[in-house]
Design a protein around this ligand. Structure first.
Ligand code: BGC
Ligand code: BGC
Length: 732
């Protein structure tokens, strides 16, 4: 539709019709024949006549279903405006990939972009227009359950993947529009507790947390979702500074802002709105266009307009943005867009996508320990595959509503398809949880996740192990222990699983642990009781195949951690790019007692950011710089030799970090500024070159300006954030 036509349409709408475009409900409101007194609209206090006027629907799926909904909706809509379908497509639609935290561990933009392209292809033919992704909240605290949706603790990587995901979703063919979330700072709740207060100074917010959302905006992301938390006391959903000054004015964002689920209503318990009307006013005037899943805009915007608290121009702006979104999607010309039942059958879960998903698994698992090179395994070894994940199909994490468990390849299936000549003895060995109430989910507890008979389960595993050469323990958190509402104050597997592992260890055979989780867990005790540990995250539907390939050496692990693994939960938040403090433990001149340290735990993590082993062995030598000084308009080149000193071909993730030694504000001890993935044949050496530009040296200075300051910089290059070579230069 031409702009003038769209404007004419907008002007032809009544005030309630404009308001209704700003309301989003879920499919339950439409799919059931509503009981007026008890139905979903009664529950949220909305007049049921409004339901059929609202502008968008969330989390309803399927081409046939959505086409019918669209048809019915448009027929009864006075102006035949099409409906918008939005959904949480986070790590794949039907072809479900590893969770985002795992995808981050690939350190591979092109790979991650391809996952978004496939998700868009599959979701668009099912009728979805917008996905609530990417989630690029920087996360430093493993207690928070939603770290699984993020790309980890580093800002540079979150920016890279924000761009890759937006570009992938918003590809030319069969695209969906992206909605970056959760704006802003939702990844820093105090104590890691879900929905908790966020305390970030503006500088830290701008420097570490905002850039990833901005990277999505710069990549053309059409929507932004507000977050549940407060920023300096003001909830993000009512934060005009954030939504208007920063997002729209500074960054030039022209798209649509949507609240998170019920966030407008939550302004009341936050204590900034005395009632629903005030909540509507605060969120709307701050710049939140769409109210997700409450009746507050529907019930109060008209009144606010009538009394002059908001203007018609403001209402028009918000409604125009929603209509423009529909128009950019082409819905006025084709309201069904790509929705197509035949295409659903043809493209979803096709072999090409599944094969790719399997490759992604091999590139996102992280090998944390491999004593005496117990891995990879020979295919003729008889194995005992024990633990609650041995035959589990729930390998896709919390944010995959659309996954059909029957499409998931279990570990047992994956192992069987590769180790055809070996015996695989499978036993559950332990239950997921010690107590069913450990994961109340949607108010329910699942008693099948616990056992009354730990010894009996373990005994079955012992029998399997006795017949085998190698023991593989498939352990971890249950998928519902992470994700939204999955905050934990401990980072351990269940006692029952640890008991199983220790019993297996006693048998004196090689023990390999496959660890599934949505967050870094505390792995010291696990590592002490096994020879090899592969961190598998939630690997998605091809999990069993991808992991089996790694275990048997058909693929070589190349994943690297994007979150630090603490020794103890008490170290959280823990991240590699911290400040030095005035009394750094290693270099302070004070006595050890009076330095910045714990007396009962090391300061650093058990496994640092960037860490991960391979079946190859890489060494770094000869770091050299082409100049020792650099002017602002110049570039420096830093070179390093990387050699594969093993007989196995592999991929090394070469990481570049910088440190600004002295500046007008304290700067992190190290910050990732570049990554190169290098393929190395056995005994091959390559020289890797990074270019250093002035913009890589910038930070938010004392005056809140994003600039570089002259002085000394240290360059670190290495295989992870701790194991590096270094050199330095001066910016003049
Ligand atoms: C989550 C969002 C999600 C939304 C819609 C909220 O609870 O915080 O990430 O997009 O629900 O499902
Ligand atoms: C302490 C202060 C104390 C000062 C003088 C410092 O180490 O932090 O609390 O007053 O020494 O003893």
């Amino acid at each position: 539709m031409e702009k003038v036509e769209l404007e004419a349409l907008l002007q032809s709408l009544s005030v309630p019709e404009k308001v209704h475009q700003l309301v989003q409900l879920n499919g339950n409101f439409f799919s059931v024949k509503e009981e007026i007194a008890t139905g979903p609209s009664a529950k949220i206090g909305m007049d049921s006549s409004v339901v059929h006027q609202v502008g968008s629907i969330l989390n309803t799926f399927g081409a046939k279903n959505l086409k019918e909904l669209q048809k019915r909706y448009m027929e009864q809509h006075e102006h035949h405006i099409p409906m918008l379908f939005m959904a949480d497509i986070i790590n794949g639609y039907r072809t479900v990939f590893p969770i985002s935290l795992a995808l981050g561990c690939s350190f591979d933009e092109a790979l991650v972009k391809r996952t978004a392209q496939i998700a868009a292809q599959e979701a668009s033919v099912s009728g979805i227009h917008v996905t609530f992704s990417p989630m690029v909240d920087v996360v430093r605290d493993a207690r928070w359950g939603r770290v699984m949706e993020s790309y980890g603790e580093d800002t540079y990587l979150n920016c890279l993947f924000a761009k890759a995901m937006v570009e992938g979703y918003q590809q030319e063919e069969h695209n969906v529009f992206a909605c970056v979330k959760h704006f802003a700072g939702y990844g820093a709740p105090l104590g890691g507790r879900e929905y908790n207060t966020v305390e970030l100074g503006e500088r830290s917010l701008r420097e570490h947390y905002l850039p990833s959302y901005k990277a999505a905006v710069d990549a053309g992301c059409h929507l932004v979702m507000t977050s549940f938390n407060t920023i300096d006391g003001i909830p993000a959903t009512a934060n005009r500074w954030l939504l208007d000054d920063v997002l729209r004015k500074e960054w030039g964002f022209q798209g649509t802002v949507i609240s998170d689920h019920s966030a407008v209503k939550e302004l009341i318990p936050h204590g900034v709105a005395k009632d629903e009307k005030e909540a509507a006013k605060l969120a709307f005037t701050a710049g939140c266009d769409i109210d997700m899943m409450t009746s507050i805009y529907a019930n109060h915007i008209e009144e606010l307009l009538a009394e002059g608290s908001i203007s018609m121009a403001q209402l028009d702006d918000a409604c125009r943005r929603v209509l423009a979104l529909k128009n950019e999607l082409g819905l006025f010309e084709n309201p069904y867009r790509f929705a197509d039942e035949a295409k659903e059958k043809q493209v979803q879960l096709c072999k090409e996508y599944r094969d790719f998903a399997c490759e992604v698994v091999t590139k996102t698992c992280v090998l944390l320990q491999n004593n005496n090179q117990v891995l990879p395994l020979a295919k003729d070894k008889n194995i005992a595959l024990v633990g609650p994940y041995a035959q589990e199909r729930g390998l896709y994490g919390m944010w995959s509503f659309t996954t059909d468990p029957n499409t998931v390849v279990t570990l047992e299936e994956g192992f069987l398809s590769i180790a055809k000549d070996a015996h695989i003895y499978t036993a559950q060995g332990a239950s997921f949880l010690d107590r069913a109430e450990d994961i109340p989910f949607f108010g329910k507890v699942d008693a099948t996740l616990t056992t009354d008979n730990r010894e009996q389960l373990c005994q079955e595993a012992i029998e399997a192990a006795t017949k085998s050469d190698v023991i593989i323990c498939a352990l971890g958190e249950h998928a519902q222990q992470s994700g939204e509402g999955g905050a934990r104050a401990s980072l351990t597997i269940s006692d029952g699983q640890m008991y199983l592992l220790k019993e297996m260890r006693k048998l004196g055979k090689p023990v390999i642990v496959l660890l599934f989780s949505g967050r870094p867990l505390q792995v010291d005790e696990i590592e002490a009781n096994c020879d090899a540990l592969l961190q598998c995250w939630f690997p998605g539907i091809e999990g069993g195949n991808g992991i089996a390939k790694l275990i048997y050496g058909e693929a070589n692990p190349s994943g690297r951690l994007v979150m630090s693994f603490p020794y103890r939960v008490g170290q959280c938040p823990i991240f590699y790019n911290h400040l030095n403090t005035g009394r750094p433990a290693l270099t302070s001149t004070h006595s050890q007692r009076f330095t910045s340290r714990y007396i009962d735990t090391p300061n650093g993590p058990q496994h640092c950011f960037g860490y991960g082993l391979s079946y190859s062995e890489f060494i770094y030598e000869n770091i050299t710089l082409d100049h020792a000084t650099m002017k602002k308009d110049e570039k420096l080149h830093v070179l390093v030799d990387v050699t594969n000193v093993s007989d196995t071909a592999g991929i090394e993730t070469v990481q570049l970090y910088l440190r600004d030694v002295c500046a007008s504000i304290a700067r992190p001890v190290k910050e990732l500024k570049g990554v190169q993935k290098v393929n190395l044949a056995p005994h091959e050496k390559k020289t890797v070159t990074f270019t250093i530009r002035e913009d890589m040296l910038r930070f938010v200075n004392r005056d809140m300006k994003y600039v570089s300051e002259p002085g000394e910089f240290i360059i670190y290059i290495g295989k992870n954030s701790e194991d590096t070579l270094s050199t330095n230069f001066t910016l003049v």
